[in-house]
Ligand binder design. Structure first.
Ligand code: PLP
Length: 398
């Protein structure tokens, strides 16, 4: 069928018909991940903090998950702190950096961060902290020299994302981390979109904090990680019990953490596939669009970019209309990031790159993943060409 069925007030999509090209918003949960977590939703319900064996076997499952996450990040298990999501991880890192040294009240970040960082910094600015917002060029790249100059003796934290969720543009994080360390400030990177898509190895990187989110990795929603470098002092964001080595209070979401461990293990095994097969699907799609649709353009750096993301502008077209027609054809994609969908504002990322409101509103993000097939790419190409053509014909007739 492929259309939405609103019977009973609940929209139901027949999954075999769905072409899901919104993997930067969230991902399909891997069945192997579900299988791994199921016992912890059913018979293995002990509290990992309990001293008896029924609790301790659950605690061991958390240890295994921590090891698996640490392996994919190239760090130590003791540096992994489980949280409820990427947003919490980022809030915790910022909070800790500001509380560790009260004489440092300045943060450096970019204008293209996810709202987890952006809104938190905006709020801090209202509370008297000073924020330096670094701009980006038309390709979405940050000027590393400008970043270096922005760091001051009272800078508590520099927070720069590893990969942009809207354009996929990658920032030179190890290089930035070196600069920040040499200037004596702390460094946080929001790597929510990078993990599992490009190699991220923390062993030699001068990174103090890194945020990760499970649901971008074929794991259920509501679980994340904050990496805290073992030599970095940390003040908890959540206070209460002594879970997570005293760094994050609250009984752990055991089943989801177990799921995240498995998802990270699988992500490690699929990393090469992301760089080859997923990249090939994205490239075929993007090149097909540029070839077939007049006035289509790529937003952002096409070289230093995630292998799965394509952000495209369709001249003279309202992306919300494309989104709606593609939805009717059973294709999911996004105009801007999922977190800003529904808002009338043009994407802050595209605006920061110097694009007009009009260009930002004519842009769509397609993000591929390991469950996509080449056949879906062909069908999606035909569908986008058809929808854009139809909207252009309507505009000419009007
Ligand atoms: N950071 C980036 C770059 C993201 O893309 C997202 C989610 O879209 C987040 C942070 C927030 O992660 P979560 O949904 O786990 O809070």
């Amino acid at each position: 069928m492929g259309a939405l069925d609103f019977s009973g007030g609940t929209a139901i999509m027949n999954p075999p018909d769905l072409i899901y090209l919104d993997n930067n918003a969230t991902t399909k949960v891997d069945p192997a991940v579900v299988e791994e977590m199921m016992p912890y939703l059913t018979e293995l319900y002990g509290n990992p903090s309990s001293g008896y064996r029924f609790g301790q076997q659950v605690s061991k499952a958390l240890d295994l998950a921590r090891e698996r996450v640490a392996t994919v990040l190239g760090c130590e298990p003791g540096e992994i702190l489980f949280t409820s999501c990427g947003t919490e991880s980022t809030n915790a890192a910022i909070h800790s950096a500001l509380l560790m040294d009260r004489d440092r009240q300045h943060i450096v970040t970019t204008r293209v961060e996810h709202s987890a960082t952006q809104k938190t910094c905006e709020l801090l600015a209202k509370r008297g902290y000073e924020i330096t917002w670094l701009g980006v060029n038309e390709l979405g790249q940050v000027d590393v020299g400008e970043l270096e100059k922005a760091i001051r003796p009272d800078t508590a934290l520099v927070s720069v994302m590893w990969a942009n969720n809207e354009t996929g543009v990658l920032f030179p994080i190890p290089e930035i981390a070196d600069i920040v360390r040499s200037k004596g400030a702390l460094f946080h990177t929001d790597a929510v979109q990078a993990i599992g898509k490009v190699p991220v190895q923390l062993a030699d990187a001068k990174i103090n904090f890194l945020s990760l989110s499970g649901h971008k990795l074929h794991c259920p929603k509501g679980v994340g990680v904050l990496y805290v470098n073992r030599r970095t002092r940390f003040t908890p964001f959540m206070t209460g019990g002594s879970q997570e080595n005293g760094k994050r209070a609250g009984t752990q979401n055991v089943a989801s953490i177990v799921a995240l461990g498995k998802a990270c293990e699988i992500a490690g095994a699929f990393l090469e596939h992301e760089g080859t097969e997923v990249r090939a699907m994205r490239n075929t799609f993007e090149e097909g669009i540029l070839e077939r649709i007049a006035g289509a353009q790529v937003n952002g750096d096409r070289v230093n970019r995630l292998p799965n993301t394509s952000n495209l502008a369709f001249e003279g077209i309202d992306s919300e209309a494309v989104l709606m027609l593609l939805d009717q054809a059973g294709i999911c994609c996004s105009s801007g990031s999922a977190c800003t969908t529904g808002s009338v504002h043009a994407s802050h990322v595209l605006k920061a790159m110097g694009f007009s409101d009009e260009r930002a509103r004519s842009s769509l993000r397609f993000s591929f993943g390991r469950y996509n097939t080449r056949e879906e790419v062909t069908r999606a190409l035909d569908a986008v060409e058809g929808v854009v053509g139809k909207l252009r014909r309507v505009a000419v007739a009007a």
